[in-house]
Design a protein around this ligand. Structure first.
Ligand SMILES: NC(=O)c1ccc[n+]([C@@H]2O[C@H](COP(=O)([O-])OP(=O)(O)OC[C@H]3O[C@@H](n4cnc5c(N)ncnc54)[C@H](OP(=O)(O)O)[C@@H]3O)[C@@H](O)[C@H]2O)c1
Length: 242
């Protein structure tokens, strides 16, 4: 597989979990990687040094001024991996307005705004890669992830619409949808034998995925091999959606 050495990539939410694994894999492949986290520059710098990334930025994506500020800080890039998200586990009849606003802002509004900000240079250069990280919850129902699932479906709709419009400019837009992946987000489930086994029981492959299970697909989509793939969803879930 060839790669896009010297291309600059921003991975949002790469201070831990899936984003960190994606950023590390892109560093190994020779990309110039910008690591991002919500607030702690110390945490982001430490990850940058650990994985050999090149730049570190913080921006709280629940604050639209900070979303626009993220673009100001990084300038134009070649590949945008929109991985950061927030998730509140609440049943549909209890979701607070605050939790609705946070999930919609971080997961949907910031995603569209960052695409609006970064895409013009990609169009001008005739090359760009935009990858959103979705979820198996686009396909599976979960009683406590009603709004979170809706935000991931909304992003998939953005991906399909925008992919069609950016395709003539050599800019691809795709979604990668992980299933249950062992990250700090779900450590409480993963580290509890009973809860972990209940999740594993609905995964045909019988195990949680690792953050590294998600990296090869993102690498491929960023590379020349991904140049004819756009507007699609690649699901990495051990069969969990089936
Ligand atoms: N883990 C799973 O099983 C799973 C399954 C399906 C889909 N996904 C999706 O995969 C992606 C990564 O998940 P993960 O499990 O690796 O998540 P995670 O461990 O919770 O990490 C989330 C990342 O997003 C950043 N982030 C959170 N809130 C933010 C905010 N307001 N502003 C800016 N950045 C913020 C965090 O930064 P700080 O640490 O600096 O706060 C962190 O780097 C998400 O889009 C998630 O929805 C995960």
């Amino acid at each position: 597989m060839s790669d896009q050495k010297a291309k600059r990539v921003l991975v949002t939410g790469s201070s831990q979990g899936i984003g960190k694994a994606i950023a590390a894999e892109l560093c190994k492949a020779g990309y110039t990687v910008i690591v991002h986290g919500s607030r702690s520059m110390e945490k982001v710098r430490s990850v940058m040094n650990e994985i050999g990334a090149h730049e570190a930025v913080v921006a709280d994506l629940s604050d639209m001024d900070e979303v626009r500020g993220l673009y100001e800080k990084t300038g134009d890039i070649d590949c945008l991996i929109l991985n950061a998200s927030v998730q509140y586990k609440e049943t549909w009849d209890c979701i607070s307005e605050e939790a609705m606003d946070k999930q919609i802002t971080v997961n949907v509004k910031s995603t569209l705004t960052l695409i609006q900000l970064y895409a013009p240079a990609m169009k001008k250069n005739g090359f760009g890669r935009i990858i959103t990280i979705g979820s198996v919850n686009q396909y599976r129902q979960h009683p406590e992830l009603v709004l979170y699932s809706a935000t991931k479906c909304a992003v998939m709709s953005l991906v399909k619409n925008i992919a069609k419009q950016l395709a003539p400019y050599g800019v691809t837009v795709n979604n990668v949808a992980p299933g249950a992946i062992a990250t700090p987000r779900n450590a409480d489930v993963y580290n509890d034998d009973e809860k972990r086994q209940a999740v594993e029981a609905v995964i045909p492959m019988g195990r949680f995925g690792t953050p590294e299970d998600c990296t090869g697909t993102v690498l491929m989509l960023c590379s020349d091999e991904g140049s004819y793939i756009t507007g699609t969803d690649i699901i990495i879930d051990g069969g969990m959606r089936l």
